[in-house]
Design a protein around this ligand. Sequence first.
Ligand SMILES: Cc1cc2nc3c(=O)[nH]c(=O)nc-3n(C[C@H](O)[C@H](O)[C@H](O)COP(=O)(O)OP(=O)(O)OC[C@H]3O[C@@H](n4cnc5c(N)ncnc54)[C@H](O)[C@@H]3O)c2cc1C
Length: 375
Amino acid sequence: MFDLSPEHREIQATARALAAAVEPFADEADEYVEVHPKVRELLAESGLARHVVPAAYGGASETLDPLTLAVVREALMYSSAHLDSMFGMQGVGSYSLAVGGSDELKAQWLPKVAAVEAIAGLALTEPDVGSDLRAVTTTMVADGDELVVNGRKSFITNGGAADFYCTLVREGEGWSMVLVPGNAPGLSIERGADLIAPHILGELTFTDVRVPAGNRLGVPGKAFSLMLQTLAVFRVTVAASGVGLAQAALDEAKAHALAREQFGRPLIELGAVAQKLAQSWTDVEAARAFVYRAAALAKDDPLGHLDYSSMAKVHATEAAAAVVDRSVQTMGRFGLVRGSKIERLYRNARPLRVYEGATEVLLDSLARRLAKGAR
Ligand SMILES: Cc1cc2nc3c(=O)[nH]c(=O)nc-3n(C[C@H](O)[C@H](O)[C@H](O)COP(=O)(O)OP(=O)(O)OC[C@H]3O[C@@H](n4cnc5c(N)ncnc54)[C@H](O)[C@@H]3O)c2cc1C
């Protein structure tokens, strides 16, 4: 069994305490499509967002530790998807800045991200572009000491709430990234779609948005790698969210199966129910062990271990879907009640298999790697 270090255990305890503080109003928070003020306040107070920022800019460690992030997301998602998203996006939204931004730009924004005084966003997806990100159509051109952005971004987490968006654009024949402040003139933001699992989403339109040349992230025309580096660090943390959600669903089903009797016995003693619970426990433990291992591997060389992060994400998020579905079944009609915790978990499990690399897309790229001899 993979074991966590004492330092990781300490961070886990802090994350569990934060999750427990949010739990009493998690139903409400998970319905929010804007930042829940109390969740933001508690996240800031916990100091956990310091783990998504390098130490030189107010963060907790010299380089980000995917295992720390995984342990935190597992604990937060156990209680609330809104809380998990708020924490995760501070990192996902700011990592390309931390890797590709100028010292001045980093000093301007990253300490605020660590303190949750600024909210981060990452704008890749467009109305007609999803998994195939090389097809993005939003453009950027340099004009003197300014950069001019035009186009649209869609389904952007924290859209409308974020203080800045690290934005993927076409520039000439290549791909570039740029930091666009949320209040930049020419950037208009509409509320995004209402999802079955409510989420802060915005639709961004850039009309001749001008930002200083210093807002560029990475090398002109060669910034696609910044996006890949972000995924290499954070994909495995989405897998960890899947583990936290699966554990919560298992705990709900177990409590119900212990408390409810049918045919003169607790449900947990009825063969088919017992089998389901044991299978779910097995799935949760296997997913957790693999996620921790993949996250530990990602620490020193995230891109070099992207295959394992992808496998962990596929496995853990698909396992979460199976576990939550079995849990609903175990709870019979009580599993179908709107407003119940299990119903919320059932809805919250679904997006995990779509964003930050949909299952099929990840399997497709893993198969290509396998064909080329990776193993
Ligand atoms: C809650 C939520 C939050 C999000 N937040 C953000 C955000 O902050 N920033 C951002 O930029 N985007 C965000 N997105 C968008 C997300 O990244 C995309 O939904 C995702 O990339 C998939 O794109 P798509 O939905 O357009 O699906 P498509 O790319 O149209 O795919 C549809 C289906 O086809 C499959 N498919 C596609 N290509 C292949 C292939 N080559 N081989 C096999 N199967 C394939 C997919 O697996 C999927 O099942 C968010 C989405 C959600 C749901």
